[in-house]
Design a protein around this ligand. Structure first.
Ligand code: DX5
Ligand code: ZN
Length: 237
């Protein structure tokens, strides 16, 4: 399992210190929530902030774009240091083209799905994406309650990916994730867990990471999880 802490819940005024604390704790991924106030009811940060973080960090930048028409900004986020761009299926009418463009820029690409959106599209898109993100809250804010219907969706996603011959595609779950539900999520098929409020504020980070890892251990480890662990993106220094 990979834990990708969501920076939104960190002490943003002290971001550089947060980055070193994460790296010191053995964290390898950082989840960056980009919101434009239109697709999601909140406004966060964009490429300039990402670039500033990149100058201080070699973490894998897992960038979750909760913005309308994300294809307009792929190059900007790539240049700012993103390693992976995840676009919402609801926000892009030409998502296959967008995924190909992300890959052509040298980044990993993912598709995110809101809690109320069907995932039947995986039958037609499974080979075009590097990762699937299932939202377990409605996009917008850290600290919301986890929606348990995502367990069924996870099992369904894994079945669809297997059927399509894309069983190696890792699945990420984002929203309300904590050590208490990490085990059930891993068993239902999650390979990467995003955590904001249940991670930041629980120091030391090394101990918190271990709590998540212990809870989410699956044996034997899933191949898809191993695939994600091997990624290095274009933003790496
Ligand atoms: C929600 C974001 C999440 C969120 C996670 O729109 O995509 O990444 O920050 O925060 P928690 O873990 O607190 O739900
Ligand atoms: Zn997110």
């Amino acid at each position: 399992m990979i834990l990708s802490p969501s920076l939104l819940a960190a002490d943003l005024a002290d971001s550089a210190a947060e980055l070193s604390a994460l790296e010191g704790a053995g964290i390898q991924w950082l989840h960056l929530d980009i919101m434009d106030g239109v697709f999601a009811p909140n406004i966060t940060f964009g490429p300039p902030f990402l670039r500033a973080l990149r100058s201080r960090s070699s973490l894998f930048f897992d960038v979750h774009l909760m913005i309308g028409e994300p294809a307009r900004y792929l190059e900007d986020f790539c240049k700012a240091g993103a390693d992976m761009l995840v676009v919402h299926i609801e926000a892009d009418i030409h998502v296959r083209r967008t995924l190909a463009e992300i890959r052509a820029l040298g980044m990993k690409c993912g598709v995110a799905v809101n809690p109320g959106t069907d995932i039947g599209f995986l039958r037609w898109l499974a080979h075009d994406l590097d990762m699937l993100l299932l939202m377990s809250v409605n996009p917008g804010f850290s600290g919301q309650s986890f929606l348990p219907e995502v367990y069924d969706k996870l099992r369904f996603a894994r079945a669809l990916l297997e059927e399509a011959g894309a069983g190696d595609v890792p699945v990420q779950v984002d929203g309300g994730v904590c050590p208490e539900n990490a085990g059930a999520l891993a068993n239902a098929g999650a390979d990467i867990l995003v955590s904001g409020s249940a991670f930041f504020g629980h120091r030391p980070y090394g101990a918190r990471l271990s709590a998540f890892m212990r809870a989410a251990e699956v044996s034997p480890p899933r191949r898809a999880g191993e695939v994600a662990r091997s990624w290095r993106g274009c933003g790496q220094m």
